[in-house]
Design a protein around this ligand. Structure first.
Ligand code: FAD
Length: 322
């Protein structure tokens, strides 16, 4: 364990540099609050790997995810935010200071903002990575509108899959819902789903695995191959796109047991976006109750920054040398 020094200490350390943390950093650094962000992947987070963001307010034509991410990063850096590349592997409460174990060594902060996001669980089948965001999607609110009057396959049998399949009927002409075993969605949702099945808008394929996503010469998704596990027969479904809803993997493992989480591992907060550990705030997709949108992550980042300022004013002298 490294001792705390001036060099490894910051007033605020933000874990992750996605839209939530970058927005928070714009606010904290603009108010001269010493802020460091530590990012294990790409600044901009999931927004940076999103092909096109059509629903971010203020951009009437939409914009490339990479451009949005780049702009957020530039704006935060303009005010003095420092982004270091590394991974936070553990978090410890040492009273007025929090100690973060990272691949860059131990770091100390008065306040920590956890903005590590969540990953969508993948199927791990051929074609999934190849057509990622170009025919294979994980967010209906984000990408459903690209499939007006098209056919879609939805993979999954839980609440999210059923809910999102019904939502996608607003755009798609028909949905094939591929369920590996049986439906696990609530009774209420299953009853609702039945209405769409009766109207011919959704076809449910139970006991059907999804084995491969196939594209054409132009790189467009055209078919999904699966297997009916009861008969052993191959199932081929022609489609224009695939939406996968087989669960979320919150990036909260590094603080396992330290912060209170909900049943899927998203971190619980109070009305000030503070977690169960005093001085540790949470914003964006990793927060229990998050709506998993860039606009919401940005809004929560700004709110967290203002709450952090309030907390610092109330608890420690922010002018005090770290
Ligand atoms: C394919 C796709 C398309 C999407 N399209 C849209 C859309 O059109 N509109 C929309 O509003 N939303 C869309 N979203 C959702 C949107 O991208 C997210 O809601 C948003 O990026 C969440 O921001 P965040 O900052 O909370 O988390 P993230 O963007 O997930 O950023 C978290 C960051 O933390 C880093 N990190 C994680 N753990 C650690 C650690 N231990 N140490 C250091 N760093 C760590 C990660 O590398 C990541 O960069 C889409 C998502 C996907 C996957």
């Amino acid at each position: 364990m490294a001792e705390r020094t001036k060099e490894n200490s910051h007033t605020v350390i933000m874990v992750g540099a996605g839209p939530a943390a970058l927005s928070a950093a714009i606010y904290t650094t603009r108010e001269d609050i010493d802020t460091m962000l530590i990012e294990k992947g790409v600044p901009g987070g999931l927004a940076a790997v999103t092909d096109w963001v059509d629903n971010y307010p203020g951009f009437p034509e939409g914009l490339a995810g990479l451009e949005l991410a780049g702009n957020l990063q530039k704006q935060a850096e303009r005010f003095g935010a420092v982004i270091d590349f590394g991974e936070v592997t553990a978090l410890h409460d040492e009273g007025d200071w929090k100690r973060l174990e990272t691949t860059l060594g131990d770091l100390y902060a008065r306040v920590v903002l956890v903005a590590t996001g969540s990953d969508y669980k993948k199927l791990g089948i051929p074609g999934e990575a190849e057509y990622y965001a170009r025919g294979v999607h994980y967010c209906a609110t984000c990408d459903g509108a690209f499939y007006r009057d098209k056919r879609l396959v939805v993979v999954g049998g839980g609440n999210s899959a059923v809910q999102e399949a019904m939502f996608l009927t607003r755009f798609a002409t028909h949905i094939d819902l591929m369920v590996r075993s049986k439906l696990r969605a609530s009774d209420v949702l299953q009853k609702e789903l039945q209405k769409f099945v009766d109207q011919g808008k959704i076809t449910v394929h139970l006991t059907t695995t999804t084995d491969e996503i196939i594209g054409d010469a132009e790189g467009k998704v055209v078919q999904v191959k699966g297997t009916d596990t009861e008969s052993g027969n191959e199932v081929k479904i022609d489609t224009d796109g695939v939406f996968v809803f087989v669960g979320l993997k919150p990036n909260s493992e590094f603080m396992a047991g330290q912060l209170e989480t909900d049943e899927i591992g998203l971190i619980k907060t109070d009305e000030n976006l503070m977690s169960s550990m005093k001085g540790v705030f949470v914003a964006g997709d990793i927060r229990s109750g998050a709506t998993m949108q860039v606009a919401s992550a940005v809004g929560e980042g700004a709110t967290a920054a203002l709450k952090i300022r309030e907390y610092l004013e109330g608890h420690v002298n922010i002018q005090e040398e770290v």
